[in-house]
Design a protein around this ligand. Structure first.
Ligand SMILES: NC(=O)c1ccc[n+]([C@@H]2O[C@H](COP(=O)([O-])OP(=O)(O)OC[C@H]3O[C@@H](n4cnc5c(N)ncnc54)[C@H](O)[C@@H]3O)[C@@H](O)[C@H]2O)c1
Length: 319
Protein backbone atom coordinates (compact mmCIF):
# COMPACT_ATOMS: atom_id res chain seq x y z
CA UNK A 1 0.00 0.00 0.00
CA UNK A 2 1.24 3.49 -0.86
CA UNK A 3 0.50 5.61 2.20
CA UNK A 4 0.79 9.19 3.37
CA UNK A 5 0.14 10.98 6.63
CA UNK A 6 -1.21 14.52 7.04
CA UNK A 7 -0.16 16.01 10.39
CA UNK A 8 2.98 14.69 12.08
CA UNK A 9 2.26 15.86 15.61
CA UNK A 10 1.67 13.71 18.68
CA UNK A 11 -0.52 11.06 17.04
CA UNK A 12 0.80 11.32 13.47
CA UNK A 13 4.08 9.89 14.84
CA UNK A 14 2.22 6.88 16.23
CA UNK A 15 0.63 6.24 12.81
CA UNK A 16 4.06 6.57 11.18
CA UNK A 17 5.65 4.04 13.59
CA UNK A 18 2.83 1.55 13.04
CA UNK A 19 3.04 1.86 9.23
CA UNK A 20 6.81 1.39 9.35
CA UNK A 21 6.55 -1.68 11.54
CA UNK A 22 3.77 -3.10 9.36
CA UNK A 23 6.01 -2.72 6.28
CA UNK A 24 3.69 -0.35 4.41
CA UNK A 25 5.23 2.00 1.83
CA UNK A 26 5.10 5.53 3.31
CA UNK A 27 5.63 7.65 0.21
CA UNK A 28 4.77 11.13 1.51
CA UNK A 29 4.26 13.17 4.66
CA UNK A 30 2.51 16.51 4.94
CA UNK A 31 2.63 19.18 7.63
CA UNK A 32 2.34 22.96 7.56
CA UNK A 33 5.06 23.01 10.21
CA UNK A 34 8.10 21.73 8.31
CA UNK A 35 10.07 21.31 11.55
CA UNK A 36 7.74 18.39 12.33
CA UNK A 37 8.97 16.61 9.20
CA UNK A 38 12.69 17.13 9.86
CA UNK A 39 13.28 13.75 11.50
CA UNK A 40 11.84 11.70 8.63
CA UNK A 41 14.07 10.54 5.77
CA UNK A 42 13.53 8.85 2.40
CA UNK A 43 10.07 10.29 2.03
CA UNK A 44 8.58 13.14 0.01
CA UNK A 45 7.49 16.10 2.11
CA UNK A 46 4.56 18.40 1.41
CA UNK A 47 3.29 21.62 2.92
CA UNK A 48 -0.10 21.47 1.16
CA UNK A 49 -2.25 18.35 1.50
CA UNK A 50 -4.17 19.03 -1.72
CA UNK A 51 -0.93 19.13 -3.73
CA UNK A 52 0.15 15.87 -2.12
CA UNK A 53 -3.14 14.17 -2.97
CA UNK A 54 -3.04 15.60 -6.53
CA UNK A 55 0.56 14.55 -7.23
CA UNK A 56 0.99 11.21 -5.43
CA UNK A 57 -0.86 8.04 -6.39
CA UNK A 58 -1.89 7.04 -2.90
CA UNK A 59 -3.85 4.03 -1.65
CA UNK A 60 -4.34 5.36 1.89
CA UNK A 61 -4.02 8.74 3.57
CA UNK A 62 -4.04 9.19 7.36
CA UNK A 63 -5.62 12.40 8.66
CA UNK A 64 -3.90 13.29 11.95
CA UNK A 65 -4.50 17.05 12.04
CA UNK A 66 -6.50 19.33 14.39
CA UNK A 67 -10.24 18.59 14.56
CA UNK A 68 -11.47 21.54 12.48
CA UNK A 69 -9.44 20.39 9.45
CA UNK A 70 -10.69 16.79 9.34
CA UNK A 71 -13.84 17.41 7.25
CA UNK A 72 -12.17 19.23 4.35
CA UNK A 73 -9.23 16.78 4.24
CA UNK A 74 -11.38 13.65 4.44
CA UNK A 75 -13.75 14.93 1.74
CA UNK A 76 -10.90 15.94 -0.60
CA UNK A 77 -9.27 12.50 -0.28
CA UNK A 78 -12.55 10.63 -0.77
CA UNK A 79 -13.28 12.69 -3.89
CA UNK A 80 -9.87 11.66 -5.22
CA UNK A 81 -10.71 8.00 -4.58
CA UNK A 82 -8.07 7.68 -1.84
CA UNK A 83 -8.93 5.56 1.21
CA UNK A 84 -8.86 7.64 4.38
CA UNK A 85 -8.15 6.71 7.97
CA UNK A 86 -9.14 9.72 10.08
CA UNK A 87 -8.32 10.35 13.71
CA UNK A 88 -11.23 11.00 16.05
CA UNK A 89 -13.39 13.04 16.08
CA UNK A 90 -14.33 12.71 12.42
CA UNK A 91 -15.35 16.40 12.46
CA UNK A 92 -16.86 19.01 14.76
CA UNK A 93 -20.46 19.75 13.74
CA UNK A 94 -23.58 18.24 12.20
CA UNK A 95 -23.18 19.94 8.81
CA UNK A 96 -19.70 18.46 8.42
CA UNK A 97 -21.05 15.02 9.40
CA UNK A 98 -23.59 15.15 6.57
CA UNK A 99 -20.99 16.39 4.05
CA UNK A 100 -18.54 13.63 4.99
CA UNK A 101 -21.15 10.87 4.85
CA UNK A 102 -22.29 12.11 1.42
CA UNK A 103 -18.67 12.15 0.15
CA UNK A 104 -18.12 8.63 1.53
CA UNK A 105 -21.25 7.37 -0.23
CA UNK A 106 -20.18 8.92 -3.54
CA UNK A 107 -16.60 7.61 -3.31
CA UNK A 108 -15.07 4.36 -4.49
CA UNK A 109 -12.71 4.61 -1.51
CA UNK A 110 -13.23 3.61 2.14
CA UNK A 111 -13.37 5.82 5.20
CA UNK A 112 -12.22 4.56 8.60
CA UNK A 113 -12.34 6.33 11.96
CA UNK A 114 -9.67 5.75 14.58
CA UNK A 115 -11.54 4.43 17.61
CA UNK A 116 -8.68 2.14 18.53
CA UNK A 117 -9.93 1.41 22.06
CA UNK A 118 -12.48 -0.96 20.54
CA UNK A 119 -9.46 -3.20 19.86
CA UNK A 120 -8.38 -3.39 23.53
CA UNK A 121 -8.72 -6.94 24.82
CA UNK A 122 -10.77 -5.65 27.76
CA UNK A 123 -13.23 -3.86 25.42
CA UNK A 124 -13.62 -6.96 23.26
CA UNK A 125 -14.15 -9.05 26.41
CA UNK A 126 -16.91 -6.71 27.70
CA UNK A 127 -18.62 -6.57 24.31
CA UNK A 128 -18.66 -10.37 24.03
CA UNK A 129 -19.50 -11.08 27.69
CA UNK A 130 -22.44 -8.68 27.76
CA UNK A 131 -23.89 -9.74 24.41
CA UNK A 132 -27.56 -10.66 24.91
CA UNK A 133 -27.49 -9.76 28.63
CA UNK A 134 -29.80 -7.15 30.16
CA UNK A 135 -27.55 -4.31 31.29
CA UNK A 136 -29.20 -2.68 34.31
CA UNK A 137 -26.71 0.12 34.64
CA UNK A 138 -23.52 1.23 32.94
CA UNK A 139 -21.12 4.09 33.40
CA UNK A 140 -17.84 5.43 32.11
CA UNK A 141 -15.35 7.51 34.08
CA UNK A 142 -12.38 9.41 32.71
CA UNK A 143 -10.14 11.37 35.07
CA UNK A 144 -7.12 12.78 33.27
CA UNK A 145 -4.71 15.64 33.75
CA UNK A 146 -4.54 18.29 31.03
CA UNK A 147 -3.08 21.53 32.33
CA UNK A 148 -2.35 24.95 30.88
CA UNK A 149 0.91 23.71 29.34
CA UNK A 150 -0.98 20.98 27.45
CA UNK A 151 -3.48 23.47 26.04
CA UNK A 152 -0.70 25.87 25.08
CA UNK A 153 1.25 23.09 23.33
CA UNK A 154 -0.67 23.64 20.08
CA UNK A 155 -2.71 26.68 18.99
CA UNK A 156 -5.86 24.68 18.12
CA UNK A 157 -6.31 23.16 21.58
CA UNK A 158 -8.87 24.63 23.97
CA UNK A 159 -10.65 26.71 21.31
CA UNK A 160 -14.22 26.10 20.22
CA UNK A 161 -13.60 26.90 16.54
CA UNK A 162 -10.63 24.55 16.18
CA UNK A 163 -11.10 21.79 18.79
CA UNK A 164 -14.92 21.85 18.67
CA UNK A 165 -15.19 21.35 22.43
CA UNK A 166 -13.02 20.15 25.29
CA UNK A 167 -12.66 16.95 27.28
CA UNK A 168 -15.81 15.43 25.79
CA UNK A 169 -15.03 15.73 22.06
CA UNK A 170 -11.33 15.13 22.49
CA UNK A 171 -10.53 12.73 25.35
CA UNK A 172 -13.87 11.21 26.47
CA UNK A 173 -15.20 10.54 22.97
CA UNK A 174 -13.39 7.16 23.14
CA UNK A 175 -15.20 6.26 26.38
CA UNK A 176 -18.52 7.39 24.95
CA UNK A 177 -17.82 5.38 21.79
CA UNK A 178 -17.20 2.23 23.87
CA UNK A 179 -20.43 2.77 25.82
CA UNK A 180 -22.46 3.33 22.63
CA UNK A 181 -20.87 0.23 21.09
CA UNK A 182 -21.28 -2.10 24.09
CA UNK A 183 -24.54 -0.82 25.62
CA UNK A 184 -26.26 0.43 22.45
CA UNK A 185 -26.81 3.79 20.80
CA UNK A 186 -28.84 6.09 23.08
CA UNK A 187 -31.74 8.23 21.85
CA UNK A 188 -31.54 11.16 24.27
CA UNK A 189 -29.06 12.86 26.59
CA UNK A 190 -29.17 15.16 29.57
CA UNK A 191 -25.77 16.62 30.34
CA UNK A 192 -23.86 19.55 31.73
CA UNK A 193 -20.39 20.80 30.92
CA UNK A 194 -18.20 23.24 32.80
CA UNK A 195 -14.79 24.79 32.86
CA UNK A 196 -13.74 24.08 36.43
CA UNK A 197 -10.05 24.76 36.55
CA UNK A 198 -8.89 26.53 33.37
CA UNK A 199 -11.04 29.66 33.25
CA UNK A 200 -9.38 32.32 31.15
CA UNK A 201 -7.09 29.67 29.62
CA UNK A 202 -9.50 27.60 27.51
CA UNK A 203 -12.86 28.42 25.90
CA UNK A 204 -14.10 24.84 26.15
CA UNK A 205 -15.17 22.50 28.97
CA UNK A 206 -12.72 20.57 31.13
CA UNK A 207 -15.49 18.58 32.85
CA UNK A 208 -18.69 16.87 31.68
CA UNK A 209 -21.40 14.85 33.38
CA UNK A 210 -24.15 13.28 31.31
CA UNK A 211 -26.78 10.56 31.33
CA UNK A 212 -27.74 8.87 28.06
CA UNK A 213 -31.20 7.37 27.62
CA UNK A 214 -32.08 4.52 25.28
CA UNK A 215 -33.06 0.88 25.48
CA UNK A 216 -30.38 0.65 28.18
CA UNK A 217 -29.30 3.86 29.88
CA UNK A 218 -25.75 4.78 30.81
CA UNK A 219 -23.84 7.69 32.28
CA UNK A 220 -20.53 9.41 31.72
CA UNK A 221 -18.29 11.52 33.92
CA UNK A 222 -15.13 12.96 32.40
CA UNK A 223 -12.69 15.55 33.61
CA UNK A 224 -9.29 16.86 32.61
CA UNK A 225 -8.79 18.35 36.09
CA UNK A 226 -7.43 15.22 37.79
CA UNK A 227 -4.02 15.54 39.45
CA UNK A 228 -2.80 12.70 37.21
CA UNK A 229 -4.05 10.40 34.43
CA UNK A 230 -6.10 7.60 36.00
CA UNK A 231 -7.11 4.47 34.07
CA UNK A 232 -10.43 4.96 32.29
CA UNK A 233 -13.06 2.77 33.92
CA UNK A 234 -16.26 1.31 32.49
CA UNK A 235 -18.71 -0.38 34.88
CA UNK A 236 -21.65 -2.56 33.96
CA UNK A 237 -24.27 -4.17 36.18
CA UNK A 238 -25.86 -7.04 34.30
CA UNK A 239 -27.82 -10.01 35.64
CA UNK A 240 -26.42 -9.62 39.19
CA UNK A 241 -22.84 -9.37 38.02
CA UNK A 242 -20.65 -6.30 38.19
CA UNK A 243 -18.24 -6.09 35.25
CA UNK A 244 -15.46 -3.50 35.44
CA UNK A 245 -12.96 -2.84 32.68
CA UNK A 246 -10.00 -0.51 32.26
CA UNK A 247 -7.89 -0.38 29.06
CA UNK A 248 -5.68 -3.19 30.45
CA UNK A 249 -7.88 -5.18 32.82
CA UNK A 250 -11.27 -6.69 33.38
CA UNK A 251 -13.01 -8.12 36.40
CA UNK A 252 -16.30 -9.81 37.19
CA UNK A 253 -17.58 -9.34 40.77
CA UNK A 254 -14.08 -8.34 41.87
CA UNK A 255 -12.35 -11.37 40.28
CA UNK A 256 -9.72 -10.60 37.65
CA UNK A 257 -10.40 -11.92 34.18
CA UNK A 258 -7.38 -13.49 32.48
CA UNK A 259 -7.28 -11.44 29.28
CA UNK A 260 -4.89 -12.44 26.53
CA UNK A 261 -1.77 -10.36 26.72
CA UNK A 262 -2.83 -6.85 25.67
CA UNK A 263 -1.29 -5.46 22.45
CA UNK A 264 1.88 -3.44 22.97
CA UNK A 265 1.02 0.18 23.56
CA UNK A 266 2.42 2.87 21.26
CA UNK A 267 2.50 6.49 22.38
CA UNK A 268 1.11 7.40 25.79
CA UNK A 269 0.04 4.39 27.80
CA UNK A 270 -3.37 5.98 28.35
CA UNK A 271 -4.18 5.81 24.62
CA UNK A 272 -4.29 2.03 24.83
CA UNK A 273 -2.49 -0.29 22.42
CA UNK A 274 -5.16 -0.46 19.79
CA UNK A 275 -3.67 1.77 17.09
CA UNK A 276 -1.59 -1.04 15.62
CA UNK A 277 -4.53 -3.46 15.59
CA UNK A 278 -6.91 -0.93 14.06
CA UNK A 279 -4.48 0.21 11.35
CA UNK A 280 -3.63 -3.40 10.51
CA UNK A 281 -7.33 -4.21 10.22
CA UNK A 282 -8.06 -1.15 8.04
CA UNK A 283 -5.25 -2.04 5.63
CA UNK A 284 -6.38 -5.66 5.52
CA UNK A 285 -9.85 -4.45 4.45
CA UNK A 286 -8.47 -2.09 1.79
CA UNK A 287 -6.10 -4.72 0.39
CA UNK A 288 -8.72 -7.44 0.27
CA UNK A 289 -11.74 -5.40 -0.78
CA UNK A 290 -13.52 -5.92 2.55
CA UNK A 291 -15.65 -3.27 4.29
CA UNK A 292 -13.94 -1.73 7.33
CA UNK A 293 -16.41 -1.83 10.23
CA UNK A 294 -15.74 1.59 11.84
CA UNK A 295 -16.80 3.50 8.74
CA UNK A 296 -18.37 6.96 8.53
CA UNK A 297 -21.77 5.97 9.94
CA UNK A 298 -20.24 3.92 12.76
CA UNK A 299 -17.58 6.56 13.42
CA UNK A 300 -20.10 9.38 13.90
CA UNK A 301 -22.28 7.58 16.47
CA UNK A 302 -20.31 8.78 19.50
CA UNK A 303 -19.79 12.15 17.80
CA UNK A 304 -23.56 12.62 17.42
CA UNK A 305 -23.87 11.83 21.16
CA UNK A 306 -21.08 14.34 21.92
CA UNK A 307 -22.74 17.13 19.93
CA UNK A 308 -26.15 16.42 21.51
CA UNK A 309 -24.53 16.61 24.96
CA UNK A 310 -23.24 20.09 24.13
CA UNK A 311 -26.73 21.12 22.95
CA UNK A 312 -28.37 19.59 26.03
CA UNK A 313 -27.19 22.19 28.54
CA UNK A 314 -28.94 20.43 31.43
CA UNK A 315 -32.13 19.53 29.54
CA UNK A 316 -33.20 16.33 27.73
CA UNK A 317 -32.00 16.54 24.14
CA UNK A 318 -32.62 14.16 21.27
CA UNK A 319 -29.49 12.61 19.74
N1 LIG B 1 -6.83 8.13 18.91
C1 LIG B 1 -6.18 8.68 19.94
O1 LIG B 1 -6.05 8.10 21.00
C2 LIG B 1 -5.62 10.06 19.77
C3 LIG B 1 -4.63 10.54 20.62
C4 LIG B 1 -4.12 11.82 20.42
C5 LIG B 1 -4.64 12.63 19.39
N2 LIG B 1 -5.65 12.13 18.61
C6 LIG B 1 -6.24 12.96 17.55
O2 LIG B 1 -5.27 13.18 16.53
C7 LIG B 1 -5.46 14.47 15.95
C8 LIG B 1 -4.18 15.28 16.09
O3 LIG B 1 -3.89 15.42 17.46
P1 LIG B 1 -2.39 15.68 17.96
O4 LIG B 1 -2.44 15.60 19.43
O5 LIG B 1 -1.44 14.82 17.21
O6 LIG B 1 -2.20 17.21 17.51
P2 LIG B 1 -0.81 17.97 17.22
O7 LIG B 1 -1.11 19.42 17.31
O8 LIG B 1 0.28 17.39 18.05
O9 LIG B 1 -0.51 17.57 15.70
C9 LIG B 1 -1.26 18.09 14.63
C10 LIG B 1 -0.31 18.31 13.46
O10 LIG B 1 -1.07 18.75 12.34
C11 LIG B 1 -0.30 19.77 11.68
N3 LIG B 1 -1.20 20.60 10.88
C12 LIG B 1 -1.98 21.63 11.25
N4 LIG B 1 -2.63 22.17 10.19
C13 LIG B 1 -2.23 21.43 9.11
C14 LIG B 1 -2.55 21.50 7.72
N5 LIG B 1 -3.40 22.41 7.23
N6 LIG B 1 -1.94 20.62 6.89
C15 LIG B 1 -1.06 19.71 7.36
N7 LIG B 1 -0.73 19.59 8.68
C16 LIG B 1 -1.31 20.45 9.53
C17 LIG B 1 0.35 20.52 12.83
O11 LIG B 1 1.45 21.30 12.39
C18 LIG B 1 0.74 19.38 13.75
O12 LIG B 1 2.03 18.87 13.45
C19 LIG B 1 -6.66 15.06 16.67
O13 LIG B 1 -7.82 14.76 15.95
C20 LIG B 1 -6.67 14.34 18.00
O14 LIG B 1 -7.95 14.31 18.64
C21 LIG B 1 -6.12 10.87 18.76
Amino acid sequence: MKSAIIGLGVIGKVHYEVLRSEGEDIVALCDVDFDKLGEYEDVKKYYDYKTMLDVEKLDVVHVCTPHYLHAEMVIYALQKGVNVLCEKPLCINEKEIENILAAEKASSAQLGVCFQNRYNNSSIFAKEYLKGKKIESASGTLKWHRDEAYYKSAPWRGKLATEGGGVLINQAIHTLDLLCWIVGMPKEVEGVTSNVSLKGVIEVEDTVKATYFGEQDFSLFATNTSCQDMPIELRFLAENEQIVITPDSAEINGKTVDLDKAPKSLGKASYGGGHRALIHDFYDCVKNGKKFWIDGEEGVKALRAVLATYHSNGKRFEI
